[in-house]
Ligand binder design. Structure first.
Ligand code: SAM
Length: 298
């Protein structure tokens, strides 16, 4: 069904875009034109502006073969970011594949908040102590790498239970030139991290067993289950990280966790019931949705 006929011989950018759009539309992909553009940009290594400035440019045989393969894979509903092997987070490019969650726009709220808070407490003395920050559940490494690039005096510990995810995170750190600045360790949440932390950031799994069934096929069938599913309630990882962070943060240290839709009340309760935390708050994103749970270690 996906294999719409294309004329043999000359294939221009304009032909390729129209063909890609048509195949993706037939496969029921929303935003088919935009995705055809994205794949062609990545396939040719050009900008969107180039596509429209040079619609008559002919594709080489290998470019056309690659595009056909990518459009075919996408038409089976594999996320477009896995197909092109990259995604953008806070304006930075990250390698992504099925070993890691695709960084989400929602998580940019956590990234911005963490950088703002860490910036406030950046040491300014002549011989400064370095801030110690843990990014638990690092996945592609997007949060740890963003913070490492944005802060001067910082020591970052990034953990994940998945060895595969850590391989991707390390490669992303290498590409961004911060491999030496981040210590990547396999383990459960904060277990492998030393205590005395100034900040813990986490975008943990927060989908409940029930909600897993309702995820779109792009997410459910392709993204790592380990990155999504928290347990029957959905707040299991949030609770475990809060408990561990109470031990690992130094007094005055900050815990910032992304939470799922509708979890604001539960996350607030989890933090309020833990005597180690004060200034408990749930922050909203620009759409007014509860997005981050925060608490300060007393
Ligand atoms: C929602 S993804 C977040 C990835 C990345 N930080 C981001 O924001 O895009 C959650 C990550 O938590 C990891 N994970 C799941 N259980 C874990 C555990 N017990 N300890 C550490 N990491 C865990 C998964 O492997 C996955 O990479």
């Amino acid at each position: 069904m996906w294999d719409v006929q294309v004329s043999a011989g000359r294939r221009t950018i304009e032909d390729a875009l129209e063909w890609g759009q048509e195949v993706l539309e037939r496969a029921g992909i929303a935003g088919a034109r935009g995705e055809a553009e994205l794949m062609l940009e990545a396939c040719l290594g050009v900008s969107k502006a180039h596509l429209y400035a040079h619609p008559e440019r002919e594709l080489a045989a290998d470019e056309w073969a690659r595009l056909r393969e990518w459009v075919f894979i996408r038409s089976k509903h594999e996320p477009v970011w896995y197909v092109i092997g990259r995604a953008w987070f806070m304006g930075l490019e990250f390698l992504v594949d099925r070993r890691v969650l695709i960084p989400r726009h929602e998580t940019e709220v956590l990234a911005g908040e963490a950088l703002r808070e860490a910036g406030k407490s950046q040491p300014r003395a002549a011989v400064p102590d370095r801030l110690r920050i843990a990014d638990v559940c690092t996945g592609s490494g997007c949060l740890a790498i963003y913070l490492s690039l944005g802060l001067k005096q910082v020591e970052i510990f990034a953990t994940d239970i998945s060895r595969d995810a850590l391989d991707v995170a390390r490669e992303n750190a290498r590409r961004h030139g911060v491999l030496e600045a981040i210590s990547f360790t396999q383990g459960s949440y904060l277990e492998p991290v030393p205590s005395g932390l100034d900040m813990v950031v986490a975008n943990p799994p927060y989908v409940s067993t029930e909600q897993m069934k309702d995820l779109p096929p792009e997410v459910r069938d392709y993204e790592p289950r380990l990155a999504l599913h928290a347990g029957p309630k959905g707040t299991e990882a949030i609770g475990a990280i809060a408990t561990q962070a109470a031990d690992k943060l130094k007094p005055g240290g900050l815990l910032l966790m992304e939470i799922g839709f509708g979890q604001g009340g539960q996350a607030r309760e989890i933090l309020k019931q833990n005597a180690a935390f004060a200034e408990v708050e749930v922050l909203k994103d620009l759409a007014g949705i509860d997005r981050i749970a925060r608490g300060r270690k007393v």
